[in-house]
Ligand binder design. Structure first.
Ligand code: ADP
Length: 196
């Protein structure tokens, strides 16, 4: 099963994706974490991605698609994967759909976390003081929100048009409560998930 955790920067999709993946017994694959890892190891991909990420832009589609494709070919991915931060553009979504179609699969469902912009700002500026991520600045966030609206929000419309199950979740509140909302909606919705 391949599913997506979707939401604006600062919506908590990384936190929720990792919790939901554990509960479903599938792998959590976070594009941003993988890219930060490439940067930390100063690989050719990391070298190219670093300045783009710091400016709040998007790493070129072909690079990210290749990175995710090889990750989806790793053995654990056959158990199922919850993708977080990918696809982030419609061309990435089309590439993912083609990859899955080649193995007679498709995106099973999408969880879309909804958080107002003001709350996103507060969270990201707070995270800046705790995690020290180099793109967590007021300017970086402003740029990431612009990119989110322009390039990433249409990904949700792409899957809506495909008839993929989309579960909208209020992403404001207690972390445990939000995980609970997600798990409950997935089971109510009749999504093919078995909760651990
Ligand atoms: P956030 O959702 O808070 O912006 P992420 O860790 O998901 O954090 O992403 C951090 C940065 O990594 C993005 O701003 C972007 O530069 C890069 N990135 C992550 N995923 C992708 C992707 N699928 N395509 C292009 N760039 C990506």
């Amino acid at each position: 099963m391949i599913a997506l955790m979707f939401g604006p920067p600062g919506s908590g999709k990384g936190t929720q994706a990792s919790r939901v993946a554990v509960r479903l017994g599938i792998s959590h694959v976070a594009a941003g974490d993988m890219l930060r890892d490439e940067v930390a190891h100063d690989t050719p991909l990391g070298h190219e991605a670093k300045p783009i990420m710091n400016a709040g832009g998007l790493v070129p589609d072909d690079l990210v698609v290749r990175m995710i494709e090889s990750r989806l070919n790793e053995p654990d991915a056959t158990q199922g994967v919850l993708l977080d931060g990918f696809p982030r553009t419609v061309p990435q979504a089309i590439a993912l759909d083609a990859m899955l179609a080649a193995r007679k699969d498709r995106v099973a469902w999408v969880v879309a976390l909804e958080v107002p912009d003001e709350e996103l700002k507060t969270r990201i500026l707070k995270r800046a003081t705790t995690e020290g991520r180099s793109d967590d600045t007021a300017e970086g966030l402003a740029q990431r929100l612009i990119v989110y609206r322009q390039d990433t929000a249409p990904v949700l419309e792409h899957y809506r048009a495909e008839g993929t199950r989309i579960v909208a979740i209020n992403g404001v509140g207690d972390i445990d409560a939000i995980t609970g909302r997600i798990m409950e909606s997935l089971s109510h919705d009749g999504a093919a998930v078995k909760t651990a």
